[in-house]
Ligand binder design. Structure first.
Ligand code: PLP
Length: 399
């Protein structure tokens, strides 16, 4: 992916966030240190006032520790580089980044249309907080037609995730962006799957992109992080104000870890995507596997959209198994190289049996009529070992 700085993203990720040279010695460490602080001190009041004025202009100007200093600024730049955005705002988790995006634009009385394939806890946020705040939410298939039909006179936001969280169905983001513009709405999207490396929602027309840096950007299953990206000046201002008002803050150590993770994002992303495709090829030979959900897999229903909009893929896939629930659970329990856990995007393989209750409200799942779904994150282990493990677990599940 070419960037505005005229070098490839892979190059930029190795050169961003390096430590500046000491003016006296002309030397510097390669990596910026973790700059921990709770406040900022100024040489004199003039200096403080200059920074305060910059802050009023909406610039990144730090007068207190909450916003973070150079390490945070470097990570914000990493997210801007990844997503092709003018500004990035850090949040302590992916879910809190989604909340920041919502709170930045939604007011009491507003309505939001959410694609039914979006990350499940958004529904929990709706039930527990948005609803109480007077924001109304409708869920629908992430197709242009379904979203168009769900728009009300009070609708302000279309919120989507492409590909979908559980079955990885591709959405037509440019067409959804055109719908949002036609209706004067804001298109927000969760781009954790692409993490700015596989595709860039803002380039495809979205107004706001949210990423859970907990996944591929951090990449080592050892930190929680979120980020909200935008370029539209009015939206940037709203997000900036809301970010400040809500007191969002992340630790400098987590920012430092995330910058370190971003250095290897290209190799991890390419390798995990390659491993996932090898696993798909193996899965297709197994009689227990009815369907593979992975947009880079040629038989996936979203493959053409994936080819059009994405430059790569990642390690996430789901399998529709023709096993009953008990056998499906045996399959998961018998895997030895896959941790049973919810997350993804780290170095390791993970697996999760997808509760049919979580899929019941999912239009695409109803279309595919797949009873038993297992979601996997294919990690950086040898794919041969992973495939052997899946084979023995499937054999044991049927036994
Ligand atoms: C697609 C997606 N978005 C957002 C999140 C939330 O991220 P976090 O766990 O950092 O809150 C997740 C977490 O699993 C996710 O899968």
């Amino acid at each position: 992916m070419k960037t505005t700085k005229n070098v490839h993203l892979d190059t930029l990720l190795q050169h961003t966030g390096t430590a500046p040279f000491d003016p006296d010695t002309g030397a510097a460490p390669v990596a910026l240190p973790s700059m921990r602080t709770s406040t900022v001190r100024f040489r004199n009041l003039d200096a403080l006032e200059r920074v305060q004025q910059a802050k009023v202009r909406g610039e990144r100007a730090v007068t207190y520790g909450r916003m973070g200093m150079d390490t945070h600024a470097a990570l914000e730049q990493v997210f801007c580089d990844l997503e092709g955005a003018d500004r990035a705002f850090l949040a302590p988790s992916g879910l809190s980044a989604i909340a920041l995006a919502f709170f930045s634009v939604l007011s009491s009385g507003d309505h939001m249309v959410v694609a039914d394939c979006a990350y499940g806890p958004v529904r929990y946020m709706d039930k527990t907080v948005l609803n109480r705040m007077g924001v109304q939410v409708s869920y629908t298939r992430g197709t242009v037609q379904a979203m168009r039909e769900a728009i009300l006179p009070t609708t302000r936001v279309l919120y989507v995730e492409s590909p979908g969280s559980l079955l990885f169905e591709m959405l037509d983001l440019p067409a959804l962006a055109a719908l949002a513009r036609e209706k004067g709405l804001i298109l927000m999207t969760d781009n954790t799957w692409g993490s700015g490396y596989v595709y860039r929602p803002l380039d495809l027309g979205a107004h706001v992109s949210v990423v859970a840096g907990t996944k591929y950007v951090g990449g080592h299953s050892d930190l929680m992080l979120g980020a909200v990206m935008a370029s539209d000046p009015a939206l940037v201002q709203r997000i900036n104000e809301t970010h400040y008002a809500l007191g969002y803050s992340i630790s400098a150590d987590d920012a430092w870890l995330a910058i370190r993770g971003a250095r290897t994002l290209p190799v991890r992303m390419r390798t995990t995507a390659d491993h996932a495709l090898q696993v798909c090829q193996f899965l297709a030979t197994r009689p227990e596997v009815e369907r593979i959900f992975h947009p880079a897999w040629p038989q996936d229903s979203g493959h053409a959209l994936w080819q059009r909009d994405c430059l790569g893929s990642n390690g996430m896939l789901s399998i529709g198994l023709n096993l009953d629930a008990a056998a499906c659970r045996r399959f998961v329990d018998n895997l030895t190289l896959f941790g049973i856990g919810f997350s993804w995007g780290g170095f390791e393989s993970l697996v999760q049996w997808v509760d049919p209750a979580a899929l019941a409200s999912h239009g695409y799942w109803q279309e595919t009529a797949t009873p038993s779904v297992v979601r996997m994150h294919i990690g950086l282990e040898s794919p041969d070992d992973l495939m052997a493990d899946i084979a023995q677990a499937l054999d044991n599940a049927r036994a």
